[in-house]
Structure formats: structure tokens, C-alpha cells
Design a protein around this ligand. Structure first.
Ligand code: AGP
Length: 620
């Protein structure tokens, strides 16, 4: 979703701002803008476009240094259409300040009415412009005709944010102070990159890579006063606090495509390695179990867990569904899977022996964060299964497990999904070994997990075949994805991948549910993708496949052995390596990811930045 960058120092601000915005493009956006200020100019210069960062770059006069202070933004429209006027930065007062904002202000209408009554004129439909004028209003009152000071700027921002209801990450620059940035955060992340004689600000760490190797995460209710030589952090309740400086993790460094045409393809191909990274140091062969450093619960406490709630959104919710099968099967602990957006407003009866896992790649998904906070408030131990180190959810949870998948830039989640499943398998093994799972059974799970990176590598060999299949079906308007047991969530995820990046309507179903309605959709133009590897439900899925074939529907089958029965029935057969059923979702997802990718390419879609979507969904 929206992205923020800022710079103050002795170099050209635009150089960092444009690079930073390019690196934030993966989050999804529809307009972009920057504002800069130079000490020899009395006014803030703003350039905005309803379009891509490349257009913004062309709109800036090439080679001109516009200032050594600046802020920039990529906007994903919430309040008001994706127009140049609604793009950020927004000016406050009579251009006394310029401001960028991530998040949503819920009480903006009433604040706007008050400001209009005071004579402020609004040009956009955004909630952000309200904040800009609100800060400007307080700033004017504090000066009361006297000389402006930095303290006035700080107090104006503090007073304004105290009136806001909702979420914000804000970055403000004032016309009177050509080296000052003020950042404020509540629910929407901001990170400061600490430099020598210069400072950088961004809404996640990716823009900071190569510019700063030390960072400060701003926490909720903090305001940072940032100048080239200093960073001062003030907390709403605690006053001035010491900035907590972290080293920028090398995990964040890998932000280029390394010869692949798209981040999504690169990330699909990274899966043998990302799965290996998720496993590293976590398999305990001697005890036939898994080990985790950050659950922050003793084995005794974990032994007492009676129920596990898994929550997340989108692909992470699909991981949770696989997790439910895994934990119930290997550990015999009851599991409930909840959409985070529903859980946050539900009031499910839960006891204190229930723990809650929030599953999230970005660690910034607003609904998952809110659901975890609500469950924590009720006294449950909350844990994050998360990829982004230091993200809001990682910080809010009582403990957790990092995926170590490296940055996932493509909007369609691929490697994070398979890493989530890898972690959930280890978690199921761990809980199982605390209960009834035998040493031998635990060892078998470990052996399977150790082979997994290699098997995923082998699964990638289907790519050329998948290209041919994509060429055949890319004009279809509807797809069905069908599987059972562990592969029901695999089917849901396959369908989501296709919808997201190719804009083809696709439905995932448990294969047996077909006859209760969706089979009415089957015709010669609607391909069905069946996930039909060997296992306890193989025969059942085969019957479902026959039902579709009998109605003239084209079938693409994913199998794990030379299967003459399926070969006779299906129009296309993709072979994946054989694994135990609980690991099939990981291996079977590889051809499904590649199929969506190839179909989207053939349809001319923007694979890494699909329309209307954002990488981190930081609004409700
Ligand atoms: C995945 O392909 C999607 N882009 C989306 O469903 C995503 O999984 C969802 O928004 C949750 O994101 P998170 O894992 O970062 O919380």
C-alpha cells in the first residue's frame, strides 16, 4: 500500500527520494509525488503524477538539484480517486508545510468541517489534507505572529495527532526550516535510516538499503524530530526517549531481479533456498522434533495448550488452513482458522489454554494486527509467523517465528506461502512431539522436511510444460481449482494466484463440493485444475475428476506418479515429486504458481504490480 520516503542532509534529496519510491513500488500504488525545499528558496516545490514513479521522474527537471530536504509518497487510493490532486504530498495552510501520510483517518470529516469553518480551503478529497491543515492551524496559533521555532513545529504535530482517530505514519516538512523533518506514527510503520550528516526515512526498510546501515523503528505514539546531525524521539506519554538503534538486516538487501524478468518469477525460483532458510537450525534430529527460539513459552506451558487459533488474510489465511490439517494430524490439538478481518470483530468464547498465531508475510496487515491485539487483550498468548523482521505484527506479538524467506517483492505471494507451510509443519511436529507423536514418526517428518528443498527444485522442472499449458488456456474466462484434504487449501491458493495477476475469475473448492453447485459452471470453456496425487483421498478425487470430464470440462491434472488412469482422463498432466500428503501443498503449489505467472504474461498483465492490489494491506 502507500509508501513514504524522506531525506534531510547535504546531498540532493531527489536522488534518494526517487530511488526509495522505486523500491516501494512493489507495495502497490496508483499515484506518486515528492516535495522538496532548498535553503535558498522561499517555497516548497511539489511535483505529483497520477501514475508511476517513472512518470514522476520524467516530470522532474533532469539534473536540477531541487533541495536537500524532501519527502515523497506512493499513494494507494482510499479517500478520493487516483488523481494528481489527491496524490501526496499535501500542503497545509498557505503552503507553510508539506506532508505525506500512510493510513486512514476515521474522523477526518468532522475535523474538515471545523477547519473549513476557520477558513481553510481544501483542494483534494483525501483525509490526508485534513492533517496538513490541522498541523498548519496549530503551527499558526503557536507562533501567534512571532518568530517560528522548531518547538512550534513539534508541538503543532503533537497536538494535531492527538486529535486524530485512525492510523497514520506521517512525515512533515516546514517551509521555515529547510533541514527539518518531523515523523509521527500510530499503526503505520516508519523507519529512520541513520546516516553521517544526513538522515533517511521510509515506511519500510527496502528504500534504506545501501543508504544507511543503522535504523530506528518508530513506535506507536512517537514523534521523531529529524535533522541532518540529530534524531530526537518523543513519546506521547513518556516524553523524550532514547532511540533504539538496530543494524539493518542483510535480509533486506536482496532487492533486485537478478536476471529474472519479474520479481514473482525470481521468488518462485528462490523457493528451494527460502524453504532451506526456514528449516535452518530448527530440526532437532536427536529428539525427533523441531526447535524455535522465540515462542516465549516453556514446554510445560505449550503442553498445556488446549486449542490453537490460526489467523491471517489472503494467502496467509490459506497457510492457516493447511496448518489446521497439519496440527490436527500430527499433534492432535484442536485448531480453528479465522479470517483476521472477522476475528477482530468476533467475540468467540475462548479459554486461557488457547494460543493464537497470526500468519503474515509483511507483518503489517491491518486486520491481522488488530485481530492479534484483540486476542492479546483477552489474555491469550499471541505469536506471529512472519517474514519481515521488526514489522508491526512481529513487535506486537508475544513471540513468534520468522520465515527468513528474504524480501518478497511480487504482490502475489509465492515463497512466503511455502515458507509459512514449512514453519507450520515444524510447529505441528513440535506440538506432536510434546504429546503423542512417537520418536520414529517424528524422525520420518524430519527426513521428509530435509528432502523438501531438493524436491521443490525438481518440481520447478515442470516450467516448460506449464508454459505450453498456459498457451493453450490463457484466453479462458473462468477456471476451477479442485483438491481434497491438504490440497483443498492448495486449490484455494492456486485460484487466488490466478485471479490476482491474470484477472481471470477462478474458484477453489474441495473437489467433492463440486456436485453441490459449482459443477453447473463446467463446460468446454472452463478448465479445471485437479490436484490429484497419491494418498488417502486419491480415489475420491479421481471420481470427482471423472464427473467433470463427463460434462466436457477440460482438465489439467497435477499428479505425483505415472498415473495411467489420470492420463486417460485429463487433457494435460503435470508430474510433481512424491512426498507425504502433509507436504503436498508445498510441492503442488509450484506448478500452480508457474501457471498463473505464464497465463498473466500471455494476457499482458503487470505480474509484479497487479491492478488494485497492494503488497502490504495496511488499511482495514
Ligand atoms: C497474496 O498473494 C496476496 N497478495 C494477499 O492475499 C496477502 O497474502 C494478504 O494480503 C496477506 O498479507 P500478509 O501475509 O502480508 O499479511
Amino acid at each position: 500500500m502507500c509508501g513514504i520516503v524522506g531525506y534531510t542532509g547535504n546531498n540532493d534529496a531527489c536522488a534518494f527520494l526517487i530511488t526509495g519510491l522505486q523500491r516501494l513500488e512493489y507495495r502497490g500504488y496508483d499515484s506518486a509525488g515528492i516535495a522538496t525545499l532548498s535553503s535558498d528558496s522561499p517555497r516548497i516545490q511539489t511535483t505529483k503524477v497520477a501514475g508511476r514513479v517513472a512518470q514522476l521522474e520524467s516530470a522532474l527537471a533532469a539534473g536540477t538539484i531541487r533541495g536537500r530536504l524532501g519527502i515523497g509518497h506512493t499513494r494507494w487510493a482510499t479517500h478520493g480517486a487516483a488523481t494528481e490532486i489527491n496524490a501526496h504530498p499535501h500542503s497545509g495552510g498557505r503552503s507553510v508545510l508539506s506532508l505525506v501520510h500512510n493510513g486512514v483517518i476515521e474522523n477526518y470529516e468532522s475535523l474538515k468541517t471545523d477547519l473549513q469553518a476557520k477558513g481553510f480551503e481544501f483542494v483534494s478529497q483525501t483525509d490526508t489534507e485534513v492533517i496538513a491543515h490541522l498541523v498548519a492551524d496549530h503551527y499558526a496559533q503557536l507562533q501567534a505572529g512571532g518568530e517560528p521555532t522548531v518547538e512550534h513545529c513539534v508541538e503543532a504535530v503533537q497536538t494535531a495527532v492527538s486529535q486524530l482517530r485512525g492510523t497514520y505514519g506521517l512525515l512533515v516538512m516546514f517551509r521555515d526550516f529547510p533541514d527539518l523533518l518531523i515523523a509521527a506514527r500510530c499503526g503505520s510503520p516508519l523507519v529512520i535510516g541513520v546516516g553521517k550528516g544526513e538522515q533517511f526515512v521510509a515506511s519500510d526498510t527496502s528504500p534504506l538499503v545501501g543508504f544507511a546501515d543503522r535504523i530506528v523503528y518508530l513506535a506507536d505514539h512517537q514523534v521523531a524530530v529529524i535533522r541532518p546531525e540529530s534524531i530526537q524521539v518523543l513519546h506521547r506519554d513518556q516524553g523524550r526517549v532514547r532511540p533504539d538503534v538496530h543494524v539493518l538486516s542483510s535480509d533486506s538487501v536482496d532487492v533486485n531481479m537478478e536476471g529474472f524478468n519479474h520479481f514473482m518469477l525470481k521468488e518462485i525460483y528462490e523457493q528451494p533456498q527460502s524453504i532451506q532458510n526456514a528449516l535452518r537450525g530448527r530440526l532437532d534430529r536427536d529428539n525427533a522434533t523441531a526447535k524455535f527460539g522465540g515462542l516465549n513459552l516453556t514446554p510445560q506451558q505449550l503442553r498445556g495448550v488446549q486449542r490453537i487459533v490460526l489467523t491471517g488474510c489472503g494467502t496467509s489465511w490459506h497457510s492457516a488452513l493447511v496448518g489446521e490439517y497439519l496440527i490436527e494430524e500430527l499433534a492432535r490439538v484442536p485448531v480453528e482458522v479465522e479470517y483476521a478481518s472477522e476475528l477482530r470483530y468476533r467475540n468467540p468464547p475462548t479459554d486461557h489454554a488457547t494460543i493464537v498465531f497470526g500468519i503474515t508475510q509483511s507483518g503489517e496487515t491491518a486486520d491481522t494486527l488488530a485481530a492479534l491485539r484483540e486476542m492479546k487483550r483477552k489474555g491469550h498468548h499471541t505469536l506471529a509467523i512472519c517474514n519481515v523482521i521488526g514489522s508491526s505484527i512481529a513487535q506486537a506479538a508475544d513471540g513468534g517465528i520468522y520465515l527468513h524467506a528474504g524480501p518478497e517483492i511480487g504482490v502475489a505471494s509465492t515463497k512466503a506461502f511455502t515458507s509459512q507451510l514449512t514453519v507450520l509443519t515444524m510447529l505441528a511436529l513440535y506440538f506432536g512431539r510434546l504429546r503423542h507423536l512417537s520418536f520414529e514418526a517424528g524422525q520420518r517428518v524430519i527426513e521428509q522436511l530435509e528432502r523438501l528443498p531438493h524436491l521443490v527444485e525438481q518440481a520447478l522442472a515442470c516450467h516448460d510444460q506449464v508454459k505450453e499449458i498456459a498457451a493453450h488456456y490463457h484466453t479462458a474466462n473462468n477456471f476451477l481449482y479442485l483438491g481434497r484434504k491438504f490440497n483443498f487449501p492448495t486449490a484455494l491458493e492456486g485460484a487466488l494466484k490466478l485471479k490476482e495477476i491474470s484477472y481471470i475469475h477462478a474458484e477453489g473448492y474441495p473437489a467433492a463440493e463440486m456436485k453441490h453447485g459449482p459443477i453447473a459452471l463446467v463446460d468446454e470453456h472452463t478448465p479445471s485444475v485437479f490436484i490429484v496425487p497419491q494418498g488417502t483421498v486419491y480415489e475420491k478425487v479421481l471420481s470427482n475428476l471423472q464427473e467433470v470430464k463427463a460434462r466436457g470440462g477440460p482438465v489439467i491434472a497435477i499428479v505425483d506418479h505415472d498415473d495411467p488412469q489420470v492420463a486417460r482422463l485429463a487433457d494435460n498432466v503435470i508430474r510433481i515429486p512424491q512426498v507425504e500428503d502433509f507436504l503436498q501443498p508445498i510441492v503442488a503449489s509450484i506448478p500452480l504458481q508457474l501457471l498463473s505467472y505464464e497465463i498473466a504474461l500471455l494476457r499482458g498483465c503487470d505480474v509484479d504490480k497487479p491492478r488494485n492490489l497492494a503488497k502490504s494491506v495496511t488499511v482495514e
